[in-house]
Write a protein that binds this ligand. Structure first.
Ligand code: AMP
Length: 284
């Protein structure tokens, strides 16, 4: 495995790969890798000639009072994990190389970024689309794999790729969970033992919603109330949002009659956790 720090160096390698007709798979991450990330890496590994993983804690997707400074980092560990999964190139750029002091160009998606997490994190998706556009230009992958865990992010990236004609296929991989259902996240390490235990309320609530839909409930309000009640019942949890939205527009639905995303964001202590399920029309 080759470790590349320089943006220019990565771009030169990418040009060679593209000219050599290699199918390049790409998994962008913020590092501190867990089994969720590794599932994306394995999926990509099986589909490409050259596998590039990036580790970059992207400052522009964090708000001023968010956890950029304390976001967990461990490049040595990430390196070992990437190597053991058969990664060919680990790209770990420096912030100053990605964002020179007079950096002033951003990519903004103006519809799907507004609801859900966009409401509580108003500059987040601008940071995401900007860094992903930059990474696509640097790595020039044939395809890139993102996790369903960040469902809104995947929708926003797909829209950006379509609208700006990036020649990259976007693949979305399922959510990997701990044994008790909690979605794996680098941020889970912020949780105290009590918060960690109580955070299982999120997936319990989502599972209950799926069950109620299977039993015939179609109205969004009572389903959302179930999520709210499940979080309220904990001592350490605080709901940011629970919404049921159309998967094409991310607008709230009143009655479920097509594919919907049931999305939750909740604080447990200092950790803002997100999770979701998709309920498909053919399950109704
Ligand atoms: P992050 O390092 O949090 O930016 O995540 C990098 C990629 O891994 C994103 O596409 C995430 O959606 C994905 N990811 C993070 N956690 C999980 C998980 N538990 N299951 C599947 N994919 C995940």
């Amino acid at each position: 495995m080759r470790l590349v720090h320089g943006v220019k160096e990565m771009q030169t390698i990418s040009r060679g790969l593209r000219e050599g007709g290699r199918k390049v798979g790409f998994v962008p991450t913020m590092g501190y890798l867990h089994d969720g990330h590794l599932s994306l890496i394995r999926l990509a590994r099986g589909m490409c000639d050259t596998l590039v993983v990036s580790v970059f804690v992207n400052p522009t997707q964090f708000g001023p009072s968010e956890d950029f400074a304390r976001y967990p980092r461990d490049l040595e560990r990430d390196k070992r994990l990437c190597e053991s999964e058969g990664t060919d190139i680990l790209f770990a750029p420096e912030t100053s190389d990605m964002y020179p002091e007079d950096f002033s160009t951003y990519v903004v998606e103006e519809k799907l970024s507004l609801p859900l997490c966009g409401r509580s994190r108003p500059t987040h998706f601008r940071g995401v689309t900007t860094v992903v556009a930059k990474l696509f230009n640097i790595v020039q992958p044939t395809f890139a794999v993102f996790g369903q865990k960040d469902a809104q992010q995947a929708f926003v990236i797909k829209r950006m790729v379509r609208d700006l004609n990036f020649d990259v296929e976007i693949i979305v991989a399922p959510i990997v969970r701990e044994k008790d259902g909690l979605a794996m996240s680098s941020r889970n390490r912020y949780l105290s033992p009590k918060e960690r235990k109580e955070a299982t309320a999120i997936f319990r609530a989502l599972s209950r919603v799926r069950q109620m839909v299977q039993e015939g409930e179609r109205r969004a309000l009572p389903l959302i109330k179930v999520i709210r009640d499940e979080i309220v019942r904990t001592e350490t949890g605080q709901l940011d949002y629970a919404e049921i939205v159309d998967t094409k527009t991310l607008s709230p639905v009143e009655v479920i009659d097509d594919d919907v995303l049931v999305a939750v964001a909740a604080w447990f202590g200092d950790a803002r956790l997100i999770d979701n399920i998709i309920i498909r029309k053919d399950e109704l």
